[in-house]
Design a protein around this ligand. Structure first.
Ligand code: ATP
Length: 365
């Protein structure tokens, strides 16, 4: 056992580069998610770890051993696919036992029973896959992969075929199973909530590259790029330009004449033009007040839409420069609501501001 390490991994299909020079370490025993939009190279990366695709250049190592050119069956790695790929003519127990029997084992009953208990399918062992729900088939696929005791389990959108409610249940279940077996899980998904719920570490991919890698909280609270800020939840991003840094290590930014501040350690740049970012649930609306010079108070907004969602109300506020900003307010009974047309100022605590280099997107392009 050991860490999974990708170094300088590139995959080209003809002239098209699907994965660019990827460096990545997945610590042993961690739950790692590759997250990104369709076509960003997640599956190709996973397939190179599984041996189903050969890198054009770069190396894949597991526990210090170079496995780049090993055949899939020579690697201590198993994959669970979205399609489950169960054998329809075999019952659940025989599906789960398949890998052990293929390696010549005959006494497999106890292991199969333990595995079915782990995935909570104890009493369905005699059923055929066609007699199971999607979620149950998913559990069989998982048990069938885990019984081979791989060092790394690869999961390629394994919950993609399930309805939303079952997906949520299975996300918690997968996390429990991973903790119980202690193996390295590498999970591919385009669902940001799924990645955040399950993974210890999330790598956000875009156009064949990793934009940011870290614990979910860090990616959400302190996104490194505008892509991450928008892909992981919603962000308000407004243009500003840095005025200076004060003695308390606070960076002050001019936004259309208002002064906005961010802690020094949440600023990825300290001079020049920036994107000022703040999450909609961190912003509050207050009745408009003329000429209030307070920090982190954007004056002159007008509510343009109020959508009641039960737990919160999601507002759109048109700023004086025409941009629509999002504000999510929790619906506490004591709190007054705002209506379209109301003049409001927007405020938030300075520790919720993040600053991104406005030139980064131009450079990346
Ligand atoms: P999705 O979420 O839609 O599965 P993904 O992020 O997993 O997307 P990949 O399947 O890794 O994306 O594909 C990355 C890019 O490489 C895509 O543009 C895809 O069209 C291309 N690609 C993948 N496999 C091949 C192939 N065998 N030949 C040519 N191009 C390919």
């Amino acid at each position: 056992m050991g860490d999974l390490r990708l170094t300088g991994v590139t995959k080209k299909f003809g002239a098209f580069t699907a994965v660019h020079n990827l460096d990545l370490v997945v610590p042993e025993g961690s739950f790692f998610a590759l997250l990104g939009p369709s076509g960003c190279g997640k599956t190709t990366t996973l397939r190179m770890v599984g041996g189903l695709e050969e890198p054009t250049s770069g190396t894949v190592e597991l526990g210090g051993q170079d496995i780049t050119r090993l055949k899939p069956y020579q690697r201590p790695v198993n994959t669970v696919f979205q399609s489950y790929a169960l054998f329809p003519h075999l019952n659940v127990r025989d599906n789960v036992a398949f890998g052990l029997r293929r390696r010549g084992r005959s006494k497999v009953d106890a292991e199969v029973t333990a595995m079915l208990d782990l995935v909570e399918l104890g009493d369905l062992g005699r059923r055929k896959p066609g007699q199971l729900s999607g979620g149950q088939q998913q559990r069989v696929a998982l048990a069938r992969a885990l019984i081979n005791q791989p060092e790394v389990l690869l999961l390629d959108e394994p919950l993609g075929a399930l309805d939303l409610k079952l997906r949520r249940t299975m996300q918690i279940e997968l996390k429990r199973i991973q903790t119980e077996v202690g193996l390295t899980f590498m999970h591919v998904t385009h669902d940001q909530e799924e990645a955040m719920i399950m993974a210890d570490t999330v790598a956000v991919m875009n156009g064949g590259r990793i934009e940011q890698l870290g614990p979910p909280e860090e990616l959400y609270d302190f996104p490194a790029t505008t892509f991450v800020a928008n892909f992981l939840g919603q962000s308000n991003l407004v243009e500003g330009s840095i005025v200076g840094t004060d003695a308390e290590q606070v960076v002050v930014v001019d936004v259309q004449g208002a002064k906005v501040a961010a802690p020094r350690d949440r600023a990825r740049v300290t001079e020049g033009d920036v994107w000022v970012g703040v999450r909609p649930e961190k912003v509050h609306m207050v009745p408009a007040m003329a000429a209030d010079p307070a920090l982190n108070r954007l004056p002159g907004g007008v509510v343009s839409d109020a959508s009641y969602t039960g737990v919160s109300t999601q507002y759109l506020v048109r700023a004086p420069w025409g941009q629509e900003l999002s504000v999510f307010e929790q619906n506490h009974t004591s709190q007054g609501r705002f209506s379209p047309g109301d003049p409001v100022d927007l405020t938030w605590a300075l520790e919720h501001t993040f600053l991104l280099d406005a030139a980064q997107d131009a450079r990346a392009g």
